[in-house]
Design a protein around this ligand. Sequence first.
Ligand SMILES: [Zn+2]
Length: 115
Amino acid sequence: MTGQQRRLSVNRLASAEVEHLPMRPLWRCRRCGQPWPCGAAKLALLAEYREVPVSLFLYLGGCLHDAIDDLHRLNPSVTGSVADMFDRFLGWPARHTHAYRVGTTTAVSIEEATS
Ligand SMILES: [Zn+2]
């Protein structure tokens, strides 16, 4: 095996182990390069938070906040649509989570209790 072949196989191995996580500050998927959360990330998040959808919304709400800061810092003249950003981070799980209304109410209650 040549050095170049070894590097290629190591890169292939490394990319196979990379999960579909956000790459900040671009907020693109580390693995597939799509805007995060990509389709695979959404599936993984839905599976991970299946029993605690409230936590999924809290996590994604934090991600949305960070993404707005990061993307605005990168290019303030192209902030994009607020509606698109909201849907990208918080709109899609509402369409896939049964307990959205319960989760929203609970999230508000937690927010009120801690403020
Ligand atoms: Zn991905």
